[in-house]
Design a protein around this ligand. Structure first.
Ligand SMILES: [Zn+2]
Length: 357
């Protein structure tokens, strides 16, 4: 998919397109940012723009556009990018399918690691000029999976880049790379996407309905990948649990009652602990309902709710979370999510949150 067809990350794609047009692209790029925001798609688009057989050229913009600049509707071309792939030629098509001989793709194996043999094999191919493309582009996905020996093997090539070769590493954990590797790469940071861009991508690229896309985007924390994971999860069940958490803590229940609801949210003593992602989703839904409660308490219209499906329940909860309580509770949920993301134990976090609300 060419740059122009991608959702978001306009500043990054403009920078890449300018560097490609001026032939000043650094030999090693590190795309760092949260999972599921589109780093890999931008990496593929970069490889396409470098090797497209009929690239689309536009005038060079004087200044980079503002971050968050909206994309044109699909099928229309904005002249903002100095160069972009056509997306349809043989080279573009092969790169998109991971079959282009000059664009080798390295991904983690089923044990989530990238071993030195794999890197050696790819590097052995970079001593020749590209076969059919103009530039060889070595793409390494989830580069945090590179074993230390593999990183060291790679480092030699990064220090003395082979002719006509560009390395692009994508990662959500740049800190997992050796400082020597990081220092050789130009790091481009990818942010989370605004909810409306996530929703637009879901409708356009994944055939979701408008209402469903907006509901998922509101919970997806700026990640299309997370929104898609949600689309297949049983959100209804998780929503019930989030509501239960608020209902059981609303009346200032005692500690024992609160620990009971934490156990229910975790899946109960008889069940295996709810998967970390499911628990995080219950918390996100809880946060989203607390926002709705603030909306209701401020006297705004119920049509503005993110969870209209439980509007009646939220209305009943609203008086319990009057004044600052909803905001304080929202802060507690936010801290719980932060702890979960940093590998705190789900049970500890769920119990802590149930006692805080
Ligand atoms: Zn093309």
């Amino acid at each position: 998919m060419p740059f122009e067809a991608l959702v978001g990350h306009r500043r990054v794609t403009q920078l890449l397109a300018r560097a490609i047009a001026r032939d000043t692209l650094p030999p090693t790029l590190l795309f760092a940012g949260p999972a599921g925001v589109g780093k890999w798609k931008v990496a593929l688009a970069t490889a396409q723009a470098l090797n497209c057989l009929s690239p689309v050229r536009g005038p060079e913009p004087a200044e980079p556009a503002e971050p968050g600049t909206r994309h044109p509707a699909p099928g229309t071309r904005s002249p903002a990018l100095p160069i972009d792939a056509c997306g349809a030629c043989r080279a573009c098509e092969r790169i998109a399918r991971g079959l282009h001989v000059d664009v080798p793709v390295v991904t983690p194996d089923d044990k989530a690691s990238i071993k030195i043999d794999v890197i050696r094999d790819v590097l052995s191919r970079t001593s020749y000029r590209p076969f059919e493309g103009r530039r060889r582009v070595v793409l390494i996905r989830e580069a945090e999976a590179l074993e230390p020996q593999a990183q060291n093997a790679l480092l030699k090539s990064l220090e003395e880049p082979p002719p006509s070769t560009v390395f692009i590493l994508t990662t959500s954990v740049p800190g997992a790379l050796l400082p020597t590797v990081r220092s050789r790469a130009m790091m481009l940071r990818f942010g989370r996407l605004p909810a409306d861009e996530v929703a637009a991508a879901l409708v356009r690229d994944h055939d979701l309905g408008d209402a469903e896309a907006r509901a998922l985007a509101a919970l997806a924390d700026g990640s299309i990948g997370q929104a898609l994971a949600l689309a297949t999860a049983d959100v209804a069940e998780l929503r019930e649990l989030a509501l239960l958490l608020l209902q059981q803590t609303a009346g200032r229940a005692d500690a024992q009652g609160r620990l009971q609801v934490a156990a229910a949210v975790l899946g109960g003593p008889a069940k295996k602990e709810r998967a970390r992602e499911d628990l995080a989703m219950v918390f996100r839904l809880t946060a989203s309902m607390l926002r709705d409660i603030e909306v209701l308490n401020s006297g705004a219209e119920p049509r503005l709710l993110a969870n209209p499906i439980v509007a009646g329940d939220l209305q009943a909860l609203a008086r319990h979370f009057a004044s600052d309580r909803a905001r304080d509770a929202f802060g507690a949920v936010d801290r719980a999510l932060f702890a979960l993301e940093r590998n705190a134990g789900p049970k500890v976090v769920a119990e802590w949150l149930a006692l805080q609300l």
